[in-house]
Design a protein around this ligand. Structure first.
Ligand code: COA
Ligand code: ZN
Length: 320
């Protein structure tokens, strides 16, 4: 049985895409419930500009309001030095820095060139220093950019290398808009693992084109043991309106458990937390397991089947 590490991103990657503002106390209550589910990490919120992402304008209140569960790491997204200073005031365990490996995507999402982003993130890394707060860098669009198309592997490796040289603990390979496919995932994951064996490597899939679970299996085959996913499959993709979001946490955990892996998760609690989402966000989620139930959540045999089998034994007795 392989120990896997699952990281919940619904309250950041998910909620940042919701149109309705979710009340601060509701966010805190949900995160407190998630803290009891067995996650390795929870991405709580994002310390971005409240103008850019109004849905997460209550980052301080949420981060300072949650009840910490020992053993769970609490991470937050940090785009710049201002965000780092705000986050450091809230006793975070990890800062998750973000930039895109695609020039047009970085310009569109962060309004900077990649070099400007790198310079800014290098400054963030200096501000956070080598203290108790760990640093992860999420690299967007590594499996394809909706404007540029494929990003060459060498270019992806180049950015991983530059951040590894700055001493970050981890790097996340993000399939930001669901362009990854399994053979590609396996090859790139294996390559990054072999080149950077000391990095904590996470894979982050979106299910935009329905390939996220297949991509996860491909990553597992390449030796990856750490995955981001989102409760209910929340999350969106601005380049594919209406498409489903991040890979759904309960769908992922359900599959991994069936495959015999130790996810650390209490799936019943995850499902209970997921069933709260429609009440918070005002619409259904793309979760399959919430709709269909777990594989062995069996249904009672319908009465007409009993009647039919009683009739059949009767007829058999008569003809005997
Ligand atoms: N926290 C709070 N406010 C911030 C901030 C932060 N981390 N970063 C910038 N601001 C504020 C500035 O104070 C400024 O406010 P003002 O207009 O009242 O003076 C305003 O935002 C603009 O600041 P500027 O430095 O010009 O940044 P920008 O407008 O180029 O924005 C980002 C840069 C990266 C902060 C912004 O684009 C952003 O947060 N984007 C969202 C990226 C993201 O999270 N995407 C999804 C995840 S991949
Ligand atoms: Zn994402």
């Amino acid at each position: 049985m392989k120990r896997l590490y699952l990281q919940e991103v619904a309250t950041r990657d998910g909620f940042q895409n919701e149109k309705t503002f979710i009340a601060t106390e509701d966010k805190i209550a949900l995160i407190d419930a998630l803290s009891q589910c067995g996650y390795a990490k929870i991405e709580v919120t994002s310390f971005t500009s409240p103008k850019a992402i109004p849905a997460l304008r209550d980052a301080e209140a949420v981060m300072c309001g949650i009840r910490r569960q020992p053993g769970v790491e609490y991470t937050v997204l940090v785009p710049n030095v201002r965000g780092a200073e705000r986050a450091l005031g809230c006793d975070i365990d990890e800062a998750n820095l973000v930039m895109s490996v695609s020039e047009p995507h970085n310009r569109s999402n962060l309004r900077m060139t990649r070099e400007q982003s790198f310079a800014q993130l290098r400054e963030v890394i200096t501000v956070i220093g080598r203290g108790p707060v760990a640093i992860n860098v999420s690299l967007s669009t590594v499996f394809g950019c909706p404007m540029q198309g494929d990003v060459p592997d060498d270019e992806v490796l180049h950015w991983v290398e530059r951040f590894a040289a700055l001493g970050v603990r981890g790097v996340t390979l993000c399939d930001t808009t669901g362009m990854a496919y399994p053979t590609q995932v396996q090859a790139l994951s294996q390559c990054v693992r072999e080149c950077f064996p000391d990095l904590q490597l996470t894979l982050h899939f979106h299910n935009t084109r329905g390939m996220a679970l297949a991509n996860t299996v491909a990553a597992l085959e390449a030796g990856i043991d750490r995955f981001d996913a989102s409760l209910g499959g929340l999350g969106g993709c601005p380049y594919a309106p209406g498409a489903s979001g991040n890979v759904c946490m309960e769908d992922l955990a359900h599959m991994l458990e069936l495959m015999g892996h130790d996810t650390g998760l209490d799936l019943a609690r995850v499902l209970a937390a997921s069933s709260r989402l429609p009440g918070l966000i005002g619409h259904d989620t793309p979760s399959q397991i919430i709709k269909a139930g777990r594989r062995l959540d069996l249904h009672p045999i319908p009465e007409h089947v009993h009647t039919l089998s009683r009739q059949m034994t009767h007829t058999e007795r008569e003809s005997a």
